[in-house]
Design a protein around this ligand. Structure first.
Ligand SMILES: Nc1ncnc2c1ncn2[C@@H]1O[C@H](COP(=O)(O)OP(=O)(O)OP(=O)(O)O)[C@@H](O)[C@H]1O
Ligand SMILES: [Mg+2]
Length: 382
């Protein structure tokens, strides 16, 4: 589970350190930085797959994700006495992402490239660290990367080089995970690879979940929901089918969901109260299909350590918010869940289920979480 999430220098997230619980909801008005926080967590997970630099490039490169405000915001600028003005940059450009779990923590520092050439826009990984415990300090780091050098600390405390000449576009999490010399890195990477993100479960007319398709055992619903029928069938076979049926009953009293097979294709049907024949997925409303997708994602027979949902309430009728909150709360019994949502109703319903709530705000363009006592945090040195 992630106990602390830290982001620095990513869009409006200049410096934010958030404690996360088993069930957390991140909410706030439009434009306060919720989606940016979601994206930052995703970029962090991408490190373990070697995809961070590509993902940043797809957003327009490091330059576009950098904080667009002044490096320092004076008190007079905060109070509006003087206009917000640029200052001469003193610190190096850095996008930093990190988390601390129950045992290990990891952080990465990305900066501007020094080399020229065709890929001169690619950000470079400048520093990384893995540590034991809550936050990085001088005593608890067990693996460090600075430039191209990766060092690991042995049980007796001395440092030895593990990799030299690591390319600036490779992470130590993917290129220095020797099972005998750095088993912690390997274990941490595998856990990060297991984090699951849902942000664009499609429910439009052409959504793949509306069409029958070939099914194989599917313990985790795909990000676009394409394998819905197979995933529901897998819950029925190796997961908690009764909980799935109960979640459907909770949201749509009297309704039943079935998976039918014909000609090797799997399709979802739903018997609804008052209808003479079941509806096929192509006929379901956007909100109904979304709820089925979310129930299937959340009741996965192989719960990930961390599941992150972005705006799950999109296109749901207000009546479905409470059943959704109950479903999310139930799923948090099997793994940590972070929900990002601008819906006050969903945030409130989740808080009623015991979720920790962070309400983001903007202050002079900067996202703040307004916490009295944020967790301690340290970044790796370049
Ligand atoms: N490079 C940047 N520097 C500073 N602020 C930025 C930068 N890029 C985007 N922003 C700000 O971040 C905000 C967008 O944040 P984000 O998309 O995370 O908001 P949100 O909370 O998800 O809003 P919504 O509820 O509308 O989806 C914009 O309002 C913009 O002002
Ligand atoms: Mg958003």
């Amino acid at each position: 589970m992630i106990l602390t999430l830290a982001v620095s220098g990513y869009r409006s997230l200049r410096e934010i350190v958030l404690p996360l619980d088993r069930l957390t909801v991140i909410t706030g008005a439009n434009g306060t930085g919720k989606s940016s926080l979601y994206r930052a967590l995703r970029l962090l997970a991408d490190v373990a797959q070697g995809r961070t630099i590509g993902a940043l490039a797809a957003e327009g490169g490091l330059e576009s994700t950098l904080w667009a405000g002044p490096e320092t915001i004076s008190r007079a600028m905060r109070s509006g006495q003087v206009p917000v003005q640029g200052t001469v940059r003193r610190d190096r450009v850095a996008l930093r992402l990190g988390f601390a779990g129950e045992d290990y923590g990891y952080a990465v520092d990305l900066g501007l490239p020094v080399s020229g050439g065709a890929f001169a826009q690619d950000p470079e990984i400048k520093a990384e660290a893995v540590w034991v415990g809550e936050s990085l300090n001088r005593h608890n780091s067990i693996a460090e990367r600075a430039g191209g050098l990766v060092r690991v600390r042995s049980g007796r405390g001395e440092w030895r080089p593990l990799v030299t000449g690591l390319a600036a576009f490779d992470s130590m999490m993917t290129h220095a995970t020797d099972p005998s010399q750095a088993p912690e890195l390997l274990a941490l990477r595998e856990r990060m690879r297991g984090w699951r993100f849902y942000d664009h479960l499609r429910t439009d007319r052409d959504a793949p979940a509306r069409r029958p398709r070939v099914g194989t055992r599917t313990p985790a619903l795909a990000g676009d929901g394409a394998d819905l029928a197979a995933a529901i069938q897998t819950i029925r076979e190796i997961g908690d089918g009764a909980a799935f049926d109960a979640a459907i009953e909770d949201a749509f009293p009297g309704a039943r969901v079935a998976v039918v097979q014909s000609g090797g294709l799997f399709a979802v049907t739903m018997h609804q109260h008052g209808l003479l024949r079941p509806l096929v997925a192509a006929e379901l409303s956007d909100g109904t299909l979304r709820f089925l997708l979310l129930a299937t994602a959340l009741l996965t027979p192989r719960p990930p350590e961390v599941m992150v949902l972005n705006e799950p309430e999109t296109s749901l009728h207000p009546d479905l918010i409470a059943p959704l909150a109950r479903l999310i709360a139930r799923a948090s019994g099997a793994g940590q869940i972070v929900t990002v949502s601008h819906s006050a109703a969903l945030a409130q319903a989740l808080a009623g289920q015991g979720a920790r709530t962070h309400e983001l705000r903007k202050e002079v363009g900067e996202t703040v979480a307004g916490m009295d006592d944020p967790p301690s945090w340290g970044w790796p040195k370049r």
